[in-house]
Design a protein around this ligand. Structure first.
Ligand SMILES: O=P(O)(O)OC[C@H]1O[C@H](OP(=O)(O)OP(=O)(O)O)[C@H](O)[C@@H]1O
Ligand SMILES: O=c1cc[nH]c(=O)[nH]1
Ligand SMILES: [Mg+2]
Length: 219
């Protein structure tokens, strides 16, 4: 399974990620969501370089131009809530893609808040059969939400290729995806890999709770 960490090369994504992580800067939700969206746009552009292409003749007012355009049928999938602004970034780039949504939220199952259970409730997706499935979710912490989201999408067909797209991943999350998704057709993309998680399963240093920073706290 290929793991592509975009922070290994310098790009403007690093600036956006610095602002996303900054405890003061991230208080402005509009800027926070916008930076997540911009990382999504740039990651989508990088993924676009790995697609299959076909040539097509386009009639201009002055003649015919032969252009190379993506041949893959793309489904952009995301996990509520925090995935929404990231998904929008991908959709700004792959504007002809189909769209799939699943809800998954983590909830502590013990009083010490060290064990998380994940609830999946809502699924809305077109067929993913033979498609290139991009699942965008900003945080790959334990990898549990991504696994359950993927399994929910899998009830609607078998994708040709899978791209797991996140802003920050942990080594544990990456290992979990390696164990649970097909090795030969999955690529993991991230803007950074952070060293680990705290006792509450938050990524450290990470940037905090992605859903709350995008949309405010929930009960
Ligand atoms: O890899 P995991 O350990 O499963 O954690 C990652 C999940 O945590 C966040 O969602 P959260 O459960 O906080 O829900 P929210 O988007 O509603 O805030 C994030 O958007 C991922 O879906
Ligand atoms: O650090 C983390 C881990 C999971 N989900 C988040 O929103 N943040
Ligand atoms: Mg959250």
């Amino acid at each position: 399974m290929e793991i592509i960490d975009l922070s290994k090369g310098n790009s403007i994504i690093n600036q956006y990620l610095a602002e996303i992580r900054d405890v003061n800067y991230q208080q402005n939700r509009l800027l926070f969501r916008n930076n997540i969206t911009r990382v999504g746009e740039m990651m989508a552009y990088e993924i676009s370089k790995t697609l299959e292409y076909e040539t097509k003749d386009v009639t201009t007012p002055l003649g015919v131009s032969r252009v190379s355009v993506p041949a893959d049928k793309i489904i952009l999938a995301t996990i509520f809530r925090a995935g929404l602004p990231f998904h929008n970034g991908f959709l700004n780039v792959f504007d002809h893609a189909g769209n799939a949504f699943v809800s998954a939220y983590r909830e502590y199952t013990d009083n010490e808040h060290t064990e998380v259970g994940i609830h999946v409730e809502y699924l809305a997706t077109p067929s993913i059969d033979g498609k290139t499935l991009i699942i965008a979710d900003p945080m790959l912490a334990t990898g549990g939400s991504m696994e359950l989201g993927y399994k929910a999408f899998l009830t609607k067909g078998t994708p040709k290729r899978i791209h797991i797209a996140c802003v920050i991943a942990t080594p544990d999350g990456i290992d979990h995806i390696k164990k649970t998704l097909p090795d030969d057709k999955t690529t993991i993309w991230c803007a950074a890999v952070d060293p680990g998680m705290n006792e509450h399963k938050y990524i450290v240093p990470g940037f905090g709770d992605a859903g709350d920073l995008c949309y405010g706290s929930k009960l």
